[in-house]
Design a binder for this molecule. Structure first.
Ligand code: SF4
Length: 485
């Protein structure tokens, strides 16, 4: 087969993965993999996926290898809706499994886009799961289609399967190495063959991927909370550009792509990851508490109580309250049982969605000066609704405190954000945003404190949505931060 030739970026930079209407930064998938003979790996993988459910609620799936072929069980919905029969695959003498929960940053929420994706190629079956976003997906797809490829899904994850098949004259490792050289952006891929599990992290390490051990067998997961759930121990993070091959001979690690500047998504600490997860050895809850403490020092408020927006802001709110010695209270209740699919993206339903999901405790906030800690302001519509909700519940003052800086630029690495024009922080200053959302006062955490709270250096993080400086070059240059900040 002739060598594939791909041009570098064309003029058409792919659109940011926007689902217009979103007012939160949204997660982008969770992955899990295990290689272990003679265990009920379907059940184990389902348990791990329950722990990763916060990373994606649109579809869920598991692929299981019995050493000769790969079985698939996947669909649209939550893990509990899709993988309903935990005994469904218990009689399959499995040797390995991969699982996925999906948030559709690319390709929409179509049923065929549910992962794992399963392909048959010259070396057998291959199941693929992906967390991230390929920023050159559109161009890669066009190139492959020009050369005859037919795609079954609209996901960028399928691209890598096609590339592997194209380079399939060598073994998986060789094919994968060649395929990876074409990929730009954020990716954690897990591949399951009949007799191996392979994990790879992009050269910047934008999203987390950890290695653990369960009953003496290796496991891989987007977050360590999945290991806690199944009783596995954490071994380490997969390094940027590292490939791990797990088979009956144990684990082999290879640096398949030159490690570039580490650029871990700072929003994993602020919002995405579960508080009980550890990323790069830092506990997410403790990092959030530190964000809250620093926020209290930088943006104090005279108030009767502090409350947080569940669930992601509760840790920061407790840190804020502790730092100022103000009582921490449960001021908002979240209805956790409303699925994402119920909240339709139309404007009128969207605004209603906030009420369906959150409700203040009137007796707690009535007549009080309340500090409300939230993790970010994206469009501003949710914050406005939130502030209004507290005033309606009888709060005397509502001091909104944000445990991160203004979001001024969209994400291209697998996190669903609105466009520049829709990000309120990109065109309004703090006072204008305060007026817009109707808060008594508004304060953001500084960029410097956000970085310092993570315990990592600025050079080890992606902070592009606050700074506009993208770790992977974006065609058309970088966003210049406005003078107003
Ligand atoms: S742009 Fe923002 S959300 Fe996206 S990876 Fe970077 S820090 Fe994370």
């Amino acid at each position: 087969m002739s060598q594939l030739k791909f041009e570098p970026f064309g003029d058409n930079y792919p659109e940011c993965s926007v689902t217009s209407g979103k007012d939160r930064m949204e997660e982008a998938c969770g992955v899990f993999g295990v290689f272990a003979s003679g265990e009920d790996l379907f059940r184990l993988t389902c348990f791990a996926l329950f722990a990763l459910q916060h990373r994606g609620q649109e579809s869920a799936g598991v692929a299981l290898s019995d050493g000769n072929g790969i079985y698939l069980n996947k669909g649209v919905g939550l893990v509990s809706e899709v993988l309903t029969d935990l005994d469904a695959m218990k009689d399959i003498p499995s040797v390995g499994a991969v699982g996925h929960v999906r948030y559709s940053t690319a390709g929409g929420g179509r049923p065929e886009n549910a992962q794992p994706l399963l392909i048959e190629y010259r070396h057998g079956s291959l199941a693929v799961v992906h967390n991230g976003n390929l920023i050159n997906a559109m161009e890669l797809r066009e190139n492959l289609e020009d050369q005859g490829s037919i795609f079954q899904t609209t996901t960028d994850s399928e691209l890598v399967a096609h590339l592997i098949a194209r380079y399939g004259y060598g073994d998986l490792e060789a094919s994968l190495k060649s395929a990876l050289t074409h990929l730009q952006g954020a990716y954690n891929f897990l591949f399951l063959t009949e007799n191996s599990l392979v994990g790879v992290r992009d050269p910047h390490g934008i999203h987390p991927l950890s290695l653990g051990k369960w009953n003496g067998h290796y496991v891989l997961a987007s977050e360590t909370c999945a290991f806690d759930t199944i009783g596995a121990e954490v071994i380490r993070d997969i390094e940027p550009g590292e490939m791990v091959i797990i088979d009956q001979n144990g684990l082999t690690s290879k640096q398949v792509l030159p490690s570039q500047r580490q650029a871990l998504c700072v929003f994993e600490f602020i919002y995405f990851a579960r508080p009980d997860s550890n990323i790069h050895g830092k506990n997410v809850h403790l990092v959030r508490k530190e964000l809250g403490r620093r926020l209290a020092r930088e943006q104090p408020a005279e108030a009767d109580l502090v409350t947080g927006v569940p669930d992601s802001s509760l840790s920061a709110a407790s840190g804020f309250a502790e730092e100022l010695g103000i009582p921490y209270e449960m001021g908002l209740i979240k209805n956790k049982y409303i699925g994402r699919t119920f909240i339709q993206p139309k404007q009128e339903i969207r605004s209603l969605g906030v009420q369906l999901k959150l409700n203040p405790i009137f007796k707690v906030v009535e007549g009080k000066r309340v500090v409300v800690v939230d993790d970010s302001i994206v469009r501003g519509t949710t914050s406005k609704k939130l502030v209004n909700m507290f005033f309606k519940a009888g709060a005397r003052e509502v001091h909104l405190r944000i445990s991160s800086p203004p979001v001024i630029a969209p994400c291209y690495y697998g996190i669903d954000t609105p466009t520049y024009e829709e990000l309120i922080g990109s065109y309004k200053d703090t006072e204008a945003i305060r007026k817009e959302v109707g808060a008594t006062s508004l304060g953001y955490l500084s960029y410097e404190s956000t970085v310092q709270s993570s315990g990592l250096c600025e050079s080890e993080l992606c902070t592009a949505c606050f700074s506009g400086k993208y770790p992977v070059e974006i065609e058309g240059g970088t966003y210049e931060r406005s003078e107003k900040f």
